[in-house]
Design a protein around this ligand. Structure first.
Ligand SMILES: [Fe+2]
Ligand SMILES: [Fe+2]
Length: 419
């Protein structure tokens, strides 16, 4: 049992009276056994993480408490809040800090709040006289204090409280380690999944692009058409976003997807017989009817690939591009008979890019147009054949697209054809 403060017991004649808490420690140390540790926790008593810091300005009191705790804890003393903060800042990890409330400089609650901020895993305890109860309770409510001990407390009470604090600290550390491991495992899994998805995405793209190239090569006139159209679509998309149009629709994902889906626009030509696709003269009405099925064939081809991976966004866009790339803004095109903004934006951009490249390159049935004439043509038919905003963007970005076009020209190819 503790001794009531101010009782005068153990007062030695000729010496200043001993602090009642010190007297309690003497008393408790002599007569009260250590509390039993819970089963399974006794091992903790032998292990690390039992460093505690006692903070009290009363001369000799903190050291006295430390001696009382020796054997069960690695206890250290500090005579003020500033010294305690210095010890904590030195890198040592304390499971528990037990501080007096009334000290010169920072009070106990101020110290513990600072520790809560800088060392949140350290369990904070306050011991205090009767006059400090309100402060202590406020500290408890604010979460800065795990427990407070009333002065005077017996060594057994102090030791039991610190034991509870050490266990609390151990649980906080264990929880943090588990959380960090879970986080690490989750990030590793996400990284691995992203890598797999990227590889799958690349493999899908390589396969589909090869198919698109196959379809295009049969046409015997395209050179680097697919690469240029892909590049033009990317640039036009960025240019459109810069103007403020379609800001919600044209994201970085959209730009990446259109760059990859643009080469798929004529993939449906794989289903058109050579006798029609390569026919040198004019097509009959029946042959045109068959030719006009290539958007549908292309979309169905991409849909079949998408069934193996419905999440590939460039394939979803590729489906739109293949299906709708012969639609016209005024509804006079073919495919689904769409008009205006019913036509997917990706297909409207592709149509401008595809036409610009077709006009500025040699084809068996036409000469190569100049860059200026091609731009003028697209602008002229903006609002009838083409989305007028996309056509205006082509004109605005003409110089940039012209440079890109020349960097990927089919000069060798063209020269051979024109000889
Ligand atoms: Fe086509
Ligand atoms: Fe094309």
């Amino acid at each position: 049992m503790g001794i009531p403060p101010g009782s005068g017991a153990h007062k030695a004649p000729g010496h200043p009276p001993l602090h009642p808490f010190i007297l309690t420690l003497f008393h408790s140390f002599t007569f009260e056994p250590s509390p039993e540790l819970p089963l399974g926790e006794s091992r903790l008593a032998q292990g690390a993480g039992r460093r505690v810091l006692i903070v009290d300005d009363e001369p000799g009191l903190a050291e006295m408490v430390c001696r009382g705790l020796a054997g069960s804890f690695e206890a250290e003393a500090a005579s003020c809040a500033e010294e305690a903060l210095g010890l904590l800042a030195s890198g040592k990890t304390y499971s528990v800090v037990l501080s007096d409330q009334e000290m010169p400089g920072m009070t106990g609650t101020e110290l513990l709040r600072e520790i809560q901020r800088e060392h949140p895993e350290t369990v904070r305890m306050l011991f205090s006289g009767y006059g400090d109860v309100d402060t202590a309770i406020r500290g408890l409510h604010e979460g800065a204090i795990f427990r407070f001990l009333m002065k005077p407390s017996s060594l057994a009470e102090t030791r039991a409280a610190i034991e509870a604090g050490v266990l609390r600290h151990r649980r906080k550390v264990t929880f943090r380690i588990k959380r960090e491991r879970a986080q690490f495992a989750m990030e590793a899994a996400e990284g691995f999944t992203a890598l797999l998805e990227e590889r799958l995405d690349q493999a899908q793209y390589a396969t589909v692009f090869a198919l698109a190239r196959l379809a295009e090569e049969r046409d015997d006139c395209t050179g680097k058409h697919l690469e240029r159209v892909s590049m033009f679509c990317r640039e036009l998309s960025i240019g459109l976003a810069d103007t403020g149009h379609f800001q919600d629709e044209i994201t970085s994902r959209f730009v990446r997807d259109i760059e990859r889906s643009a080469p798929l626009h004529d993939i449906g030509k794989v289903g058109i017989p050579d006798s029609i696709l390569l026919k040198p003269g004019k097509l009959t009405e029946e042959e045109w009817a068959i030719m006009r099925t290539h958007p549908q064939i292309g979309a169905e081809t991409i849909a079949a690939i998408m069934r193996t991976d419905p999440t590939a966004s460039f394939l979803r866009m590729g489906y739109d591009v293949a299906l709708c790339h012969h639609e016209m803004w005024d509804g006079s095109g073919y495919g689904q008979g769409l008009v205006g903004e019913e036509i997917p934006l990706s297909a409207r951009i592709l149509k401008v890019a595809d036409c610009y490249d077709a006009l500025t390159t040699w084809r068996p049935y036409k000469k190569r147009w100049t860059h200026e004439d091609a731009i003028a043509h697209v602008v002229k038919f903006g609002g009838s054949e083409f989305d007028p905003i996309v056509a205006a963007t082509l004109r605005r970005m003409g110089d940039r697209l012209n440079c890109l076009r020349l960097s990927l020209s089919d000069d060798i190819h063209i020269n051979l054809k024109t000889v």
